[in-house]
Design a binder for this molecule. Structure first.
Ligand code: GLY
Ligand code: MN
Ligand code: MN
Length: 424
């Protein structure tokens, strides 16, 4: 992505901040797994969104006064030890090339505390703003209510040393921006979906009765990486038979029997942007009559829900529509008598935002608008029949309606059967 995009985002965010205030955003660090093992570093999404950088421990500082918005970044210092053990660290020039932050405004992390004291927070020497700021913006995202936000821990010293600073959460402002994608972001998601498409077709190619679900998981993850993805954007779901009635089934370790359906829910990353696709198919390539009937009912709801997408509607309207349509379908097929009974067979929402996070950020209280990307993923889960079906597409809201970004991934019964016939 071009550095001008990151410059534009920081400027747009600064415009939303109070005058004479500043913001700190942390890149985060890898989390502890066990003993000397750490999880692979996963860049904090809003930090990445504003900088394009994926390096642990970096800190972004945005300061706002009437005349200008000022952006600074604090990075890890190159050292011989780090180069030998962890690979070379980024130089100031490299950081500047990606983020668009002026080299003169790039400092080392060890300089951070004295920098903000000397340039920002001590009255006599405030060089950045017209007066000592009263407000600090932090990303107060927390994984659970039992945990303190990461930035609260990262910037604990600043908070403790300057108790007069009023802390404001920057989340809503960044999330509001992240909710509506730029053309560059849409293109990243198109590429993530293309990796995912290749991965799904590799599954179709590999699929046959008697294999283990994990073989299909491995095939997907191998092929998206061959295609240029950094990996899967969430835990891959390959669920055969009754496993597909468990929404978050990730064990992927059962043998797939003849005549069983397989539910795939998977996605690849491209430059940190996620795809999220579901397809369901018979392992032997031929739908039974009952499978085809149920599948076509879900497919019909998938298509009709997609057709409703246009600027000016709420995601809730899609949820309500899909639930009602699935209920009607299940009444027609004799599974239920009343619409209210649908919760026995369908128990999740039909849409969520998609972006840097799979369940991306942003309020659902606003109407959808051009640039928003949402999933459409109706499903039906029938434990007594050992069948779960979900069909999920990724949809871009456009000026006059929508574009189905995953339209190249087949989902019609005859297309899927035709694909399996051809490979034999
Ligand atoms: N893969 C998670 C979801 O479809 O929302
Ligand atoms: Mn999904
Ligand atoms: Mn989804």
């Amino acid at each position: 992505m071009n550095k001008n995009e990151f410059i534009r985002r920081r400027k747009a965010l600064c415009e939303k901040l109070e005058d004479q205030s500043f913001a700190l955003l942390a890149a985060g660090k890898s989390k502890h797994k066990s003993l000397d093992q750490m999880y692979k570093y996963f860049p904090e999404r809003s930090f990445y969104y504003l900088t394009g950088l994926k390096k642990e421990n970096f800190i972004l500082l945005l300061a706002k006064n009437k005349k200008a918005t000022l952006d600074f970044i604090f990075i890890e210092e190159p050292s011989e030890y780090a180069t030998k053990w962890l690979g070379s660290r980024m130089t100031k020039e490299e950081v500047s090339d990606i983020s668009g932050i002026d080299v003169k405004r790039i400092f080392y992390i060890r300089e951070f505390e004295s920098f903000i004291s000397n340039n920002l927070l001590l009255d006599s020497r405030n060089l950045l703003l017209d007066k000592v700021p009263e407000t600090i913006y932090l990303d107060m995202y927390r994984a659970s209510h039992m945990q303190k936000p990461i930035s609260f821990l990262t910037f604990q010293k600043v908070i403790e040393n300057y108790p007069e600073l009023r802390i404001k959460n920057i989340n809503d402002k960044v999330f509001d921006m992240r909710r509506v994608k730029s053309n560059d972001e849409v293109n990243e998601i198109r590429k993530a979906i293309e990796h995912t498409r290749k991965g799904i077709y590799s599954i179709f190619d590999y699929a046959k009765t008697g294999i283990n679900e994990r073989e299909l998981e491995a095939t997907f993850e191998y092929n998206i990486k061959l295609s240029g993805s950094s990996g899967n954007s969430f835990d891959t779901i390959v669920a055969s038979g009754k496993n597909a009635t468990v929404l978050h089934y990730v064990e992927n370790n059962q043998i797939i029997n003849d005549n069983e359906m397989v539910l795939l829910d998977l996605g690849a990353y491209h430059n940190e942007y996620a795809a999220d696709i579901s397809r369901t198919f018979p392992i032997n390539g031929k739908f039974t009559e009952k499978q085809a009937t149920l599948y076509n009912m879900v497919l019909d709801v998938n298509k009709r829900t997609i057709e409703k997408i246009k600027p000016g509607i709420f995601v809730k309207e899609l949820n309500d529509f899909a639930k009602d349509a699935l209920a009607e379908g299940m009444i027609k097929l004799g599974y239920i008598k009343e619409k209210s009974e649908i919760s026995k067979y369908y128990y999740h929402g039909v849409s969520h935002y998609l972006g840097l996070d799979v369940h991306d950020v942003g309020t659902y209280k606003k109407k959808i608008e051009p640039g928003v990307i949402i999933t459409v993923e109706p499903g039906i889960y029938i434990e007594e029949d050992q069948i779960g079906i979900r069909i999920e597409d990724d949809i871009l809201v456009t000026e006059d309606g929508y574009e189905n970004l995953s339209k190249n991934i087949i989902k019609e019964v005859d297309e899927i059967e035709g694909y399996f016939n051809k490979k034999e």
